[in-house]
Every structure is written in structure tokens, then in C-alpha cells.
Design a protein around this ligand. Structure first.
Ligand SMILES: [Zn+2]
Length: 159
């Protein structure tokens, strides 16, 4: 299970800019989220861009939790094809801690084994470091492997 501790690798500047974007979009009062786009190589998911959920579905954040209409996924694949990238993970904020909700666990944004979902605490209103988030790896069949604190930090590289 721990063949590749560094699971997510963020290109220079991407992490702080992503957190600032999530913070701004959620305004401290609601969840916000995005797909992380990049490439996979040798078990590492290298993130170079992100695509906010509102750009795929204008109503994505109108509920208590983030959700996307099915047409949003067609748009996601179109954007990825145009940019020559793939969705390597997703991220969204929670009001309090970084633990996945029941809904998060039941409805992976991408139901492929190995897909990674990151949860950012406190609507990203305070400075967010890798040690603050959860890194959740979808195993398939409704099961997840979740990492917190030092275990989350160990799986995230900021280049
Ligand atoms: Zn959630």
C-alpha cells in the first residue's frame, strides 16, 4: 500500500494559489472545490492546474455540499483533452476538520480505483499546509484509504 508515499506533487506556486482560490470562492461560508489537473507518471500525480467546480457547473456550490450535474463531467473531459491533461485528483473544503463526509465517501467525484480526493479544513480561511488536509485514495467498491496529519503530509510534495 505504501509503495509510493509521494502521491501528489504540486508544481511551483500551485498549492498556495489553489488554496487562495478555494478561500476566495467559499468566502468563509460555503464549501468550494476543484479538479486538480495534470499528469500521472510512475504512481505520482503531478498537479499543474486546477479547474474550479463552478466553471463546470454554475450551480455546483448552491447546496450544503459540493455536487456536480452529470453534464459537468463531459465538460471536464473536454477541457482536459484541449489542454492535454487529465484529472489526477479533486479537492474541496469543509467548514471544520478535513474528514470526508458520508456523502463524500459514497459519491467519489471520479469512481476509478486510485483516484485521490483531498479535503481542506475551515473553508481554507486560514493558511493551509499539507499537514492540515486529508488525502483520501479511492480503492473501488465504495472503500477509501484516508490519510491525515503526518500521513497526509508524507503524500504531498510541493515543488
Ligand atoms: Zn465533503
Amino acid at each position: 500500500m505504501n509503495s509510493s508515499p509521494k502521491l501528489l506533487e504540486f508544481a511551483p506556486g500551485v498549492w498556495p494559489a489553489l488554496m487562495e482560490d478555494l478561500r476566495r470562492r467559499g468566502r468563509g461560508v460555503r464549501e468550494s472545490g476543484a479538479f486538480l489537473l495534470g499528469r500521472q507518471r510512475a504512481g505520482v500525480r503531478a498537479v499543474t492546474q486546477w479547474l474550479p467546480y463552478e466553471q463546470l457547473d454554475a450551480g455546483a456550490l448552491n447546496f450544503d455540499y459540493v455536487r456536480l450535474e452529470s453534464a459537468a463531467f463531459g465538460r471536464l473531459w473536454d477541457v482536459c483533452a484541449a489542454r492535454g491533461l487529465e484529472p489526477v485528483a479533486d479537492v474541496h473544503t469543509h467548514p471544520f476538520g478535513p474528514r470526508q463526509s458520508g456523502s463524500d465517501r459514497e459519491h467519489p467525484m471520479i469512481s476509478l480505483a486510485g483516484h485521490v480526493a483531498m479535503i481542506v479544513p475551515r473553508f481554507a480561511q486560514v493558511r493551509v499546509l499539507p499537514v492540515d488536509v486529508s488525502v483520501n485514495v479511492y480503492l473501488g467498491g465504495g472503500r477509501w484509504e484516508s490519510h491525515f496529519e503526518r500521513e497526509a503530509q508524507a503524500r504531498i510534495a510541493l515543488l
